[in-house]
Design a protein around this ligand. Structure first.
Ligand code: KIV
Length: 275
């Protein structure tokens, strides 16, 4: 017996089939309320390990744990109905061996009910991508700037600024595509390289600071909403939530201090959903 829901979620094969078609809308979310809002417009919701920086104020994604990813992944699954939810495998949870990667990915799929995982790495992870894909784990790969490597990279700088580095990045994208990834994030690479990768591989490329020619784009939600204290140069801001929150908090503090706070005539029962 199977349990059916009315709304069918997008699947990894649905996204794979969008190669060269309608651009794929991807946004990050780490919690239920934002997932609910995003779900109306995005094809994929990425529970990225950027949550370490955005939610926890960490300096990099390196300290993020699998338990953190699963907890926030569950919240996003509860908040969304339609988008494919993809959860990042955090640093240290998959690189050791393909078996370790499978165990981690299986735990993520089983405990959250999400539809796919994302894993940083190109050619060096291709064998693992194949192992997982052949065993029922849809993999979104991630090439170009791989932030989990901050300690060997030294900084979050764009990759492929030197043309001599292009063939290796292109080879990374080809390797994960050949290994069975259903899509690949291409992060912070020179625009012509992002375009070339997109034209050279049969799976959708999801760009972030890469090229408008990519098959889709991803942004960190808090960056595009103006909530993050700093954002990479390529991020277009679609809101100024940071200053809205600061203004609202200031107004609230003023109300509390002047005793102009709403009283018991406003009951919880009167509350209506906003959207
Ligand atoms: O962790 C993340 O949010 C990501 C995206 C920026 C691609 O990997």
């Amino acid at each position: 017996m199977s349990v059916q829901s009315d709304i069918r979620r997008l699947t990894a094969p649905d996204i794979r089939a969008r190669k060269g078609g309608e651009p794929i809308v991807v946004l990050t979310s780490y919690h239920a309320h934002t997932a609910r809002l995003i779900d109306q417009h995005a094809d994929v919701i990425l529970v990225g390990d950027s949550l370490g920086m955005v939610m926890h104020g960490l300096e990099s994604t390196v300290p993020v744990t699998l338990d953190m990813m699963i907890l926030q992944g569950l919240a996003v699954m509860r908040g969304s109905k339609r988008a494919l939810v993809v959860i990042d495998l955090p640093f240290g949870s998959f690189e050791e061996s393909k078996e370790q990667a499978f165990r981690t990915a299986a735990r993520v799929l089983k405990e959250t009910g999400c539809g796919a995982i994302k894993m940083e790495g190109g050619a060096r992870m291709a064998e693992t991508v194949r192992f997982l894909s052949e065993r029922g784990v849809p993999v979104m790969a991630h090439v170009g700037l791989t932030p989990q490597h901050i300690n060997t990279l030294g900084s979050f700088k764009a990759q492929g600024r030197d043309r001599a580095d292009w063939p290796a990045i292109l080879a990374d994208a080809k390797a994960v595509s050949d290994a069975g990834a259903f899509s690949v994030v291409v992060e912070a690479v020179a625009e012509p390289l992002g375009r070339e990768i997109t034209q050279s591989i049969p799976i959708p490329t999801i760009g972030i600071g890469a090229s408008p020619a990519c098959d889709g784009q991803v942004l960190v939600l808090e960056d595009m909403l103006g909530l993050s204290p700093w954002v990479p140069k390529f991020v277009k801001r679609y809101g100024e939530l940071g200053s809205h929150i600061a203004d609202a908090v200031e107004a609230y503090a003023k109300d509390v201090r002047s005793r102009a706070f709403p009283g018991s005539e406003h009951t919880y029962a009167e509350k209506k959903p906003r959207a």
